[in-house]
Write a protein of this length. Structure first.
Length: 225
């Protein structure tokens, strides 16, 4: 299955690639992809216009895998009516399978601009999730900065954090800890968010795809008018 992505479909791709999490990880992914899509579209469009070219569209393979990967995450992490009913034992399997589907999607489109970075980000997140019990590791000191005052007692090491996709683990207990949610936005922004290096790669990859669509037409044979 192939789908031609244009301006009105870029938001769908970005939204479908998110990894949800109650402790603002999902908000960071949403924000990063939204900024990447908006800046990439504007930059790519201006790049094309200033060079006297048309902004291109691109054929995306296996787009159905993105929606297939996102759907179980929606019920497991987003929808209150279902996430509270889902057994915790099912969550790691849902997350790992969803990430695996996204990796297949990225591999199928690896020749397109930006997809190697996007795929690297997905692989980074998938690896650390798989090696730490099927959930994204989050260090206690970071989790405490993301919780509301007085709710720190609800955080238990080795357990899933709320209804999200994180597991609370100390640095020394985490396999490949540097791939987990170890980064936060600067405090002066007054918007606490935890994210991983993989999330950054995903955002940069999405931006690069849209930016390159405003470039010379002959560079990528997969790109068509």
């Amino acid at each position: 299955m192939r789908l031609s992505i244009s301006k009105d479909l870029c938001g769908i791709l970005g939204k479908a690639l998110i990894s949800a999490n109650e402790f603002n990880h999902k908000n960071f992914i949403d924000m990063v992809l939204l900024v990447a899509v908006v800046v990439g579209l504007i930059g790519g469009y201006l790049r094309a216009r200033l060079s006297g070219r048309q902004y291109r569209t691109v054929n995306i393979k296996l787009i159905g895998l993105v929606f297939l990967a996102y759907l179980p995450q929606f019920f497991a992490f987003y929808l209150p009516a279902t996430r509270s009913l889902l057994p915790n034992a099912w969550v790691p399997y849902i997350l790992v399978v969803s990430q695996a589907l996204l990796l297949i999607f990225a591999w199928a489109n690896r020749k397109l601009p930006g997809f190697w970075l996007l795929g690297l980000g997905l692989l980074s997140n998938f690896t650390v999730i798989l090696l730490n019990g099927g959930l994204m590791p989050l260090q206690p000191q970071i989790a405490q900065q993301l919780t509301l005052p007085g709710s720190e007692s609800l955080l238990k090491e080795g357990k899933r954090v709320g209804f999200g996709k994180d597991i609370l683990l100390k640095k020394e207990d985490t396999i490949l800890w540097f791939l987990g949610d170890i980064f936060m936005l600067p405090s002066f922004l007054n918007y606490p968010l935890a994210f991983s290096i993989g999330d950054i790669f995903i955002g940069v990859g999405a931006f690069w795809l849209l930016w390159q669509l405003g470039g010379p037409h002959h560079i990528y044979e997969e790109v068509s008018p």
